[in-house]
Ligand binder design. Structure first.
Ligand SMILES: [Zn+2]
Ligand SMILES: [Zn+2]
Length: 393
């Protein structure tokens, strides 16, 4: 097998593993091998490993693995932060080492050497801002402030106290069991940032996702430009058509050009494929979070709404079924009434179809302009709520 096929297979396997790991639980992959790979990568592999270690080393080995899992997944730790720094640094280093020699080139000016460095630095600054800024920690000092900024909707949130922090729990907040603190407008705990994503750092997190998406698109486009420039500089098309007598059409030239690129510029091709895959994933992730931002919902609330809506639907169906049962019993008891024909009752509309449609009434959704405004300038940081705190005191 040629080196180009090894590279193509490598790219496809990487794509499959990354998509299965990140998106395998999505409904469209239900029952497919993508879902099975997702299960294997997220829990199946770990179960086999635990059993294998238990078989070899007994309970001491299993306990050691469980304590590593506890440290990695249930306690704050910088492992994923370090992995991010290594990925960013290694990718930029490989781009510099393999491609800067062709800058300036036919299509790229010298300024791209500095623009790319500046773009990576901005990405790193956004990472630091999201990781080390306050997500909106609630304590006894500032709780009144958050209580006035976030009123209860009495659907998902009602007056409650955090059983760990022993302070009132403002609406939209959640106690993060990893960081052991209550966080305002809690979205999720992000392992990559080793921080919660909450009211105060959601804007940095969104900017981080959007910037890294553009960074990957920029990297992919820059490598495409470099390779296109090399083709022009080395007169590849001219050599192929004049010296090798290949027909001057896209169909005839494309396989030869691809073969030449894969054999001469395999590092750049690998980097380009990697950046393109990551940019697609980041686009999906940013799109999801932008939708949450526009509708003023959090990741935590999407799960709460799902539970609430399915519970309401079941409740309505149970109510309708009970009423239908009651009606049919009283119908049977009525004397002298002609029985309903079997055909008629067969085609009769199911009473469950009359069940009230459950709608999501999110009182925090105030239109996309104000919703975006709340992300950019969090409610608890606004003067009006600061004044209400002073007033309450
Ligand atoms: Zn708490
Ligand atoms: Zn947390």
């Amino acid at each position: 097998m040629g080196v180009e096929w090894v590279l193509v297979c490598h790219g496809l396997v990487t794509l499959l593993v990354v998509i299965s790991f990140l998106c395998g639980q999505w409904p469209i992959f239900q029952g497919t091998f993508v879902e099975r790979i997702h299960y294997f990568l997220t829990s199946g592999f770990y179960d086999y490993l635990l059993r294998f270690v238990g078989f070899l080393c007994g309970s001491r080995g299993t306990n050691a693995i469980l304590s590593v899992e506890y440290f990695c997944c249930d306690r704050p730790n910088p492992i994923l932060q370090l992995i991010y720094v290594v990925i960013l640094g290694a990718t930029y280093y490989l781009v510099v080492k393999s491609s800067f020699v062709y800058i300036p080139g036919y299509y790229l000016g010298e300024s791209h050497r500095y623009i790319s460095l500046a773009a990576v630095c901005v990405g790193a600054v956004l990472f630091l801002l999201t990781s080390f800024s306050d997500a909106g920690t609630i304590n006894s000092e500032n709780v009144s402030h958050y209580l006035s900024a976030y009123p209860y909707d009495n659907i998902l949130y009602s007056e409650k106290e955090c059983s760990t922090c022993r302070i009132p729990k403002p609406a939209r907040s959640k106690h993060c069991s990893i960081c052991n603190r209550c966080v305002a407008r809690f979205d999720h705990h992000c392992g990559w940032m080793n921080n919660c994503i909450g009211e105060r750092n959601n804007r940095f997190f969104l900017a981080f996702l959007l910037w890294h998406f553009f960074l990957c698109v920029y990297g992919t486009a820059a490598i495409v430009m470099i390779l296109a420039g090399r083709m022009v500089d080395l007169k590849v098309i001219h050599i192929l058509t004049v010296y090798y007598g290949i027909e001057k059409s896209f169909r005839s030239l494309a396989p030869h050009v691809v073969q030449w690129l894969l054999s001469s510029y395999n590092t750049q091709i690998l980097l380009m494929v990697f950046l393109a895959i990551v940019s697609l994933l980041l686009a999906g992730f940013f799109g999801y979070h932008a939708h949450l931002c526009l509708t003023n919902t959090t990741t935590n609330e999407t799960f709460k709404w799902q539970d609430y809506l399915s519970w309401q639907r079941k409740l309505n169906e149970a109510k309708i079924s009970a009423e239908a049962l009651k009606a049919s019993i009283s119908e049977l008891r009525k004397e002298g009434k002609a029985p309903v024909s079997k055909w008629k009752s067969f085609f009769r509309r199911s009473p469950l179809e009359d069940a009230e449609v459950v709608v999501k009434t999110n009182m925090y959704d105030k239109g996309w302009v104000r919703n975006v405004g709340e992300i950019l300038h969090p409610l608890s940081m606004r003067q009006s709520f600061r004044q209400s705190k002073v007033h309450n005191n």
